[in-house]
Design a protein around this ligand. Structure first.
Ligand code: A3P
Length: 341
């Protein structure tokens, strides 16, 4: 099917509708070779949850994503009105993508409509993942998206180029989660397709900060500080609070993005419709999430992005001693920041 013309469209539109092969299936260029001055293979490394990680500027990045992060730092050109979603893996990225897409695009795609894109597409097919896209040398695809563009990164805040981090015309929405639940979710997710070690081994690495896009405490602290410094530009969300009141979350997202609901939309139940459309139950049952896979480098089946979606599942995988140890490491690292879990 030919890509639809985007000439008259207002963003965001589903990425996959504009670029049918998304961030995955086009020809990859070997981005690694582009960076003769930074030899990715000489960076410190560790293997965790079946992924080779490299330490780059203090962060533990998947080996294959280092070139992408460097490319983003060197040549990503934000547009006025771009919205960047940011998260550590397994903290509610998929949900945040769905909520923001549905909220921002509600004029073109009413949440209650049977033909809403989130019924046929996985949220990761609607909102492009910059890190993989740049690593695969496919960032040119972003040009096809009409503004405002909605995009996502797993990069820590200090890795973002200044053109994004200090851009008054580019908003950032960050979601975090109790790091214990994040770890458990990551381990269960990774082992669906990767040769994952025992949970206890991954836990030991995580205690040293060696987990994908970690250290976890640095990831949250960077966006936390940025949101404190510029609350009008950086929104800091917690997965647990979103679960408590998804409809209030939708309203807060709309307000932050400058697209608050009109009284008529409120009266018609639009915020509740969006929350329902993006709920775990609805997305789990959607056609687009029961077939296909996502990812430029590892192909994760769409259904693996939806599991329990609860708070405190760590209790089924960690002993009280492990939890206490991890909590005290995180607490120690975040001391003085004003952020606690
Ligand atoms: P669990 O593994 O604890 O169930 P990410 O999207 O960053 O990969 O995070 C995945 C986690 O978010 C998984 O947590 C998944 O179940 C949960 N999740 C996915 N979609 C969700 C939704 N619509 N609402 C709430 N949680 C969701």
């Amino acid at each position: 099917m030919a890509a639809p013309s985007t000439r008259c469209l207002i963003g965001p539109v589903p990425f996959k509708d504009v670029c049918p092969d998304g961030d995955g299936d086009g020809d990859h260029v070997s981005a690694t070779e582009e960076y003769g001055d930074i030899l990715v293979s000489t960076l410190p490394s560790v293997t965790s949850h079946g992924v080779l990680l490299r330490q780059y500027q203090g962060a533990w990045l998947a080996h294959h994503r280092v070139p992408g992060v460097i490319s983003i730092q060197r040549r990503f050109e934000p547009r006025r009105g771009d919205v960047l979603l940011a998260s550590s893996p397994k903290c509610g990225t998929t949900w945040l993508k769905a909520l923001c897409f549905a909220t921002m695009a509600r004029a073109a795609y009413p949440a209650g409509a049977a033909e809403h894109p989130l019924h046929r597409l996985n949220p990761h097919e609607c909102v492009p993942f910059l890190d993989d896209l740049f690593s695969a040398g496919q960032e040119g695809k972003l040009e096809a998206l009409p503004s405002p563009r909605l995009m996502h990164t797993h990069m820590q805040h200090h890795l973002l180029p200044s053109s994004v981090a200090n851009n008054p015309d580019c908003k950032i929405i960050y979601v975090c989660r109790d790091p214990k639940d994040m770890l458990v979710s990551l381990w269960l997710f990774a082992r669906t397709i990767l040769p994952c070690e025992d949970f206890s081994e991954m836990f030991e690495s995580a205690c040293q900060g060696k987990v994908i896009d970690g250290p976890i405490w640095d990831h949250v602290a960077g966006y936390w500080r940025a949101s404190k410094a510029s609350p009008e530009r950086v929104m800091f969300l917690r997965y647990e609070q979103m679960l408590l009141d998804p409809v209030a979350t939708v309203r807060a997202l709309a307000g932050f993005l400058g697209v608050s609901f009109f009284p008529a939309e409120e009266a018609a139940g639009s915020p509740a419709d969006i929350a329902k459309l993006c709920s775990l139950e609805t997305l789990k049952g959607a056609t687009g999430n029961n077939t296909g896979s996502t990812g430029a480098f590892f192909k994760f089946p769409h259904q693996t992005y939806f599991r329990k979606g609860v708070v405190g599942d760590w209790v089924n995988y960690m002993t009280p001693e492990m939890a206490q140890r991890f909590d005290s490491i995180v607490q120690d690292k975040l001391r003085g920041s004003g952020l606690t879990f």
